[in-house]
Design a protein around this ligand. Structure first.
Ligand SMILES: [Zn+2]
Length: 443
């Protein structure tokens, strides 16, 4: 049954992008000409989109396509490598051994869970390390997307491991406590604890986690800061500051984000965006981030992902019971409340989220598109928006087919975003900026 499902997913992964690529030419719907278009020179949305896409040199586009399409296969390989490593831990009773060791060290059950977790995460990280190096270091360098040499990159990996040890313990200790306490309804409580943990993670991340990897400070350029704060006031955003961080430490990618939850919500933009972009481009990017804030995407996203997590835990409940009946004794795993079950839980949940990739991507992509539209209306910079979309095309394939975009894109594709910007511009011809249109975005 699992084998059949895997083959189905393989088929989906392999065939749909190929099929969708063939369909790419028909993807952008022809635009009806607007009644408000200027009579002298009617604005043609499709031609304007093509003109922007043509600013990306073919070699740059080929590189970006290869990088992004390789990422489709990585989703599959990541799942397979994780599942294999977890299976090793069960099959050779390493998981049961780590539990036994934890039980010898302490009689206190929460401490046993935490002790097991520390061993588990270190062993899992070591066994998946070759994959981590290939994916996060070699491959990124191959495509010129990483600025770090090995030593600082390894330092970041080590910090991530320490964060995983601490945060993971904060999640698994109450999780296993509840599983033992609640009997058959454990999966409902497990899902609730996980959702609360996700909210907690969002709350602390901007203040306690992000600064471990990058330095954050108030935006220094007052010309840019004043423009952004003016937009924030106009959009009823209680921001008194905007942050910049040194993402150039890791790469040249431009990006910005709204992070945090409740009291820690903040808007940050990276130094690459400040260095590589004009004011209209920065304004449209900030308009997008403000859209996430005003449209309450942090809360809506948590709610929607929460539904996925509840379904995931129902699947986990079924998967663990089925597998333990078959192999529980062989693996030395006693029951669902036994912490040694963790590798099995990771296999089942990884499979679930692997299959749910199009769903979680669509949740994200839909909110990203909403933020794009908000940003266009807030910043009124359609040409700046199209230029930023081109820069994002350095690491995200610009022009996918519709099904490819549906399955693999957590943000809209460059073509979708530029089309939205040009359609908006058609309705607001007065916002056109010829210098933005003429600006070359690639060396
Ligand atoms: Zn966004």
């Amino acid at each position: 049954m699992i084998r059949a499902m895997r083959i189905t997913i393989l088929a989906l992964l392999f065939w749909l992008p190929c099929w969708a690529a063939g369909q790419a030419d028909s993807s952008p719907a022809a635009q009806p000409s607007s009644s408000r278009a200027m009579p002298a020179q009617p604005f043609n949305v499709e031609a304007a989109v093509e003109a922007y896409l043509a600013k990306m040199p073919p070699a740059e586009r080929a590189k970006s396509n290869a990088y992004f399409e390789g990422g489709y296969w990585l989703i599959l390989w990541d799942f397979l490598v994780t599942a294999f490593v977890m299976w090793l831990m069960l099959q050779f009773r390493w998981s049961a051994g780590m539990r036994n060791l934890a039980e010898r060290i302490t009689r206190c059950r929460p401490l046993q869970t935490a002790t097991y977790w520390v061993q588990f995460i270190i062993v899992a990280s070591v066994l998946t390390f070759p994959m981590t190096v290939y994916e996060g270091y070699c491959r990124e360098h191959k495509y010129g997307l990483l600025n770090q040499t090995l030593a600082p990159w390894l330092r970041d990996q080590l910090v991530m491991l320490v964060v995983a040890v601490v945060l993971g313990a904060i999640l698994v200790v109450p999780l296993f406590g509840l599983v033992r306490l609640m009997g058959k309804s454990w999966w409902v409580w497990g899902a609730i604890v996980t959702i609360v943990f996700a909210a907690f993670l969002s709350l602390i991340a901007p203040v306690y986690i992000s600064p471990l990897f990058n330095t954050y400070r108030s935006v220094q350029d007052t010309r840019i800061k004043d423009a952004i704060l003016s937009m924030a006031r106009a959009n009823w955003i209680p921001a008194s500051d905007v942050y910049e961080f040194d993402a150039s430490r890791q790469s040249d990618r431009v990006s910005a984000n709204v992070s945090g939850f409740a009291g820690t919500m903040r808007i940050s933009l990276n130094d690459n965006l400040l260095r590589r972009c004009t004011l209209p481009e920065i304004e449209t990017t900030m308009g997008h981030e403000m859209g996430h804030y005003v449209l309450n995407h942090a809360y809506k996203g948590l709610l929607m992902i929460g539904v996925v997590i509840v379904i995931g835990f129902a699947f986990l409940h079924w998967g663990i019971n089925a597998a333990l009946q078959l192999w529980g004794e062989k693996w030395g795993v006693r029951e669902v409340g036994d912490v040694a079950v963790l590798p099995l839980a990771v296999i089942v949940l990884s499979f679930f989220f692997f299959v749910m990739t199009p769903v979680t991507n669509t949740i994200s992509r839909t909110m990203e598109f909403e933020a794009d539209m908000y940003g266009l209306n807030a910043a009124r910079q359609p040409d700046g928006e199209a230029n930023v979309d081109l820069l994002l095309g350095e690491y995200r394939k610009m022009d996918p087919g519709p099904i490819e975009e549906f399955i693999f894109y957590d943000h809209p594709s460059g073509r979708t975003r530029i089309t939205a910007a040009m359609r908006w511009k058609e309705e607001h011809p007065e916002t056109e900026l010829p210098e933005e249109m003429a600006r070359p975005m690639f060396k």
